[in-house]
Structures are given as structure tokens and as C-alpha cells.
Design a protein around this ligand. Structure first.
Ligand code: ZN
Ligand code: ZN
Length: 146
């Protein structure tokens, strides 16, 4: 099950954006809000299944794509084949640990896109720049040293 208040909030946010509060949208967005953090489509499908509310993978995929376009959720492109979704309407960047692969939010100086533009003459009009910082997180550094 997903917490009733998470579903209510999801419904409200969808309506505020002028989106139809369809069942899959309410479920996926409600789950993302409830869990927090960054989740793949496969991870979301598994979570929903575990909670006894199976939603087809294609529906989950369509929901995250729609909600990403409407700005309710953000997609962090964390490396080959690793698109992670989160309930956030505040633009930010991410740090990915090379060892544990943990994804951590990094605030954006401007908080809106694009916060970076290519140096010199751009090859086109830039509307988004998402930075993935990579390195080793402090938890993994501590384990390496022990
Ligand atoms: Zn780590
Ligand atoms: Zn994030």
C-alpha cells in the first residue's frame, strides 16, 4: 500500500499542474513522493508490485515521462542505462559515488535551468544543463581506509 496522504498530495499536485489525475499517475507520483530519493523505472515497478499494486512497466515509463515534461519529477541521468526519477520540482544536480553508486543531490546555484552555458559559440539553443559530479563518497572513503 501507499500512504493515503501521499496519494492525496499527489492528486492535488497533478491537478494544480492541470494534469488529469489518472490512477497510474497518482500511484507512481505518490510512491515517489513517499519514498523520496532516486529510483529507476524497474525499481518503481518492483516497489509497486511489492506493495500489491502491480502497474505495467510501460505505464510507469509513460507516467515518469509525462510528469518529467510537466516539471513535477526530475530525471537524473546517472550513467549508462541509469535514468533515475525523483519527485522534485526544484532543479538540482547530482553526485554519484564510483564505488557504492549512491546518488546524492547537489544544489544548483541558480535553481533553474540552464545554469550553465557552453563556452564560446553554442552549437544550438541550450535549455538544460545537468551536471553529474563523480567521485568517492565519504562513507566509501572511510571503508577504504579502514
Ligand atoms: Zn560510496
Ligand atoms: Zn536528485
Amino acid at each position: 500500500m501507499i500512504d493515503q496522504s501521499s496519494l492525496e498530495t499527489a492528486r492535488k499536485f497533478l491537478k494544480d499542474r492541470g494534469l488529469r489525475a489518472t490512477n497510474p499517475r497518482v500511484l507512481v507520483y505518490g510512491l515517489l513522493r513517499e519514498m523520496g530519493g532516486h529510483h529507476s523505472v524497474d525499481g518503481l515497478v518492483a516497489q509497486l508490485e511489492n506493495r500489491g499494486i502491480p502497474v505495467p512497466r510501460m505505464s510507469v515509463y509513460n507516467v515518469v515521462t509525462d510528469l518529467q515534461h510537466s516539471g513535477l519529477i526530475m530525471c537524473a541521468d546517472c550513467g549508462p542505462g541509469r535514468a533515475l526519477y525523483e519527485a522534485s520540482d526544484e532543479w538540482h544536480h547530482h553526485f554519484v559515488c564510483r564505488i557504492c553508486m549512491e546518488v546524492t543531490d547537489v544544489p544548483c546555484i541558480l535553481g533553474r535551468k540552464p545554469c550553465l552555458v557552453p563556452p564560446g559559440s553554442a552549437p544550438g539553443t541550450v535549455d538544460e544543463a545537468q551536471v553529474i559530479f563523480r567521485g568517492v563518497c565519504y562513507a566509501c572513503q572511510a571503508k577504504l581506509q579502514s
